[in-house]
Design a binder for this molecule. Structure first.
Ligand code: FCB
Length: 449
């Protein structure tokens, strides 16, 4: 069986990972500029200062997308370019970059799918507490409204946030992402304010564009329970990893078990009257990012409380993944994608789904001007097939975006991990489509895996 009529084949990137030009046209630092320049925070001290230099090479990059036949391109807008002080004045030059980009996509017949927040919070807002504070959610809504006003009906799908779990729990809990805090309560506060940011931004966009297609992208975790304590371990991480977003955004409430599991940390009094109504906005499509699964069970004995991305769930043990692994050390479990899509569809039968990220890092090499990345092709083929299985099971899956269009700044891992279907030579900025790019172009043309 093939893909349904109108199925969208796309590819994704994010502003800080590809743009570079961090000091240009009025952009001010984001938390990732500050974090990546802090010694010891990223592999080899890598920063996004230059990255793929996409800010200057965007036209050639759009031509490359067209040559692959991409139907859609998922990119993110950098808040610190558009509202450099976090709130207040809009920087016309920053917004113009995205305006040109969107026009360039449309001229090439590529559908623009915009994400408003892919982790580059203006540092000035972090200096006032960042996502710990509700004022950041309010500032985000104002910024979202300004982007909607300018890019308006040229954008097909508006995604408020990318993977708020990473922003909250890797950024404020585990400390491995910007801003690098290690406080389980700050992470929960951040989660709530990100939820609120989603709801307020959705309203701000709708106010400008009543017909806007609204979305949010979540990295929903798939747990593989191990042994007799596995189900309880999975329930706990599902609460603080998945339902902490799905509950308020899609059902208008935080799950009762999440509040219980975290009661020793906080009374959640940062949730104010009216917040849950504000967060619970209708969305048109849910974006799902999927890479791998996690084996979980409960610890036999109490453990040392190390910085953790799982606030309040120290009793849970996440077991080392079983191979084969990608270059990230992530396991390869395509059935996890089917399971995730099917379970979401069962829970929210009327909500269309979109895979907004899937892909893999492998240690690629250039040989005679080519990159033979068979392992990536195999990974992608099996995950596309897993998506087909979900469609066959009745899931309303609208499209699939490969992460990533090109190699880029992989956050704390810098340039050491290559996720692209296009190779980037960081010394010359030359782009070389890998074999996976050619394979993907064929899939898009023929619908055959
Ligand atoms: C996701 C991020 C994306 C990229 C991939 C590998 O968590 O959204 O920016 O880093 O992982």
């Amino acid at each position: 069986m093939g893909f349904p009529e109108g199925f969208v084949f796309g590819s994704a990137t994010a502003s800080y990972q590809i743009e570079g030009a961090v000091d240009e046209d009025g952009r001010r630092p984001s938390v990732w500029d500050v974090f990546s320049r802090t010694p010891g925070k990223t592999v080899d001290g890598d920063t996004g200062d230059v990255a793929d230099d996409h800010y200057h090479r965007w036209e050639a990059d759009l031509d490359l997308m067209r040559s692959l036949g991409l139907h859609a391109y998922r990119f993110s807008v950098a808040w610190p370019r558009v509202v450099p002080e976090g709130r207040g004045a809009v920087n016309r030059k920053g917004l113009d970059f995205y305006s040109r980009l969107v026009d360039g996509l449309l001229e090439r017949g590529i559908t623009p799918v915009a994400t408003l927040y892919h982790w580059d919070l203006p540092q000035v807002l972090e200096d006032e507490g960042g996502w710990r504070e509700r004022s950041t959610a309010e500032a985000f809504a104002a910024y979202a409204g300004a982007v909607a006003e300018t890019l308006g009906d040229r954008i097909d799908t508006w995604t408020t946030l990318n993977e708020p779990w990473c922003a909250a729990f890797l950024g404020y809990g585990a400390g491995v992402h910007a801003p690098g805090a290690t406080d389980p309560v700050a992470a929960l506060r951040a989660a709530h304010h990100l939820n609120l940011a989603h709801g307020l931004a959705a309203q701000a966009i709708r106010a400008q564009l009543p017909d806007a297609k609204l979305s949010v992208t979540l990295n929903l975790h798939v747990f593989r329970p191990e042994g007799p304590t596995g189900p309880e371990a999975a329930r706990r991480l599902d609460a603080v990893g998945n339902r902490i977003w799905l509950g308020p955004m899609l059902e208008g409430a935080y799950p009762a078990d999440l509040l219980e599991d975290t009661a020793h940390l906080t009374d959640w009094s940062f949730v104010q009257d009216g917040d849950l109504e504000a967060i619970h906005q209708p969305i048109d499509v849910l974006g799902v990012n999927y890479y791998s699964t996690s084996r979980v069970r409960l610890h036999d004995e109490p453990v040392e409380h190390a910085p953790s991305p799982w606030s309040g769930a120290d009793v849970v043990e996440v077991l080392p993944p079983e191979g084969p692994l990608t270059d990230m050390g992530w396991n390869i479990d395509p059935a996890g994608l089917t399971d995730l899509l099917v379970s979401l569809h069962e829970r929210y039968p009327d909500l269309p789904l979109m895979v907004t990220e899937n892909g893999a890092a492998f240690p690629d090499v250039v040989e005679d001007g080519a990159v033979h990345d068979d392992a990536r092709i195999d990974y992608l083929r099996r995950h596309f097939a897993a998506a087909q299985d979900a469609i066959e099971a009745g899931v309303d899956l609208r499209g699939y975006f490969v992460w990533s269009l090109m190699d880029n700044f992989e956050w704390a891992l810098g340039y050491s991990k290559r996720f692209g279907i296009v190779w980037v030579d960081y010394a010359t900025q030359e782009r070389i489509p890998k074999d996976s790019a050619r394979w993907y172009a064929d899939v898009i043309r023929t619908g055959d895996l």
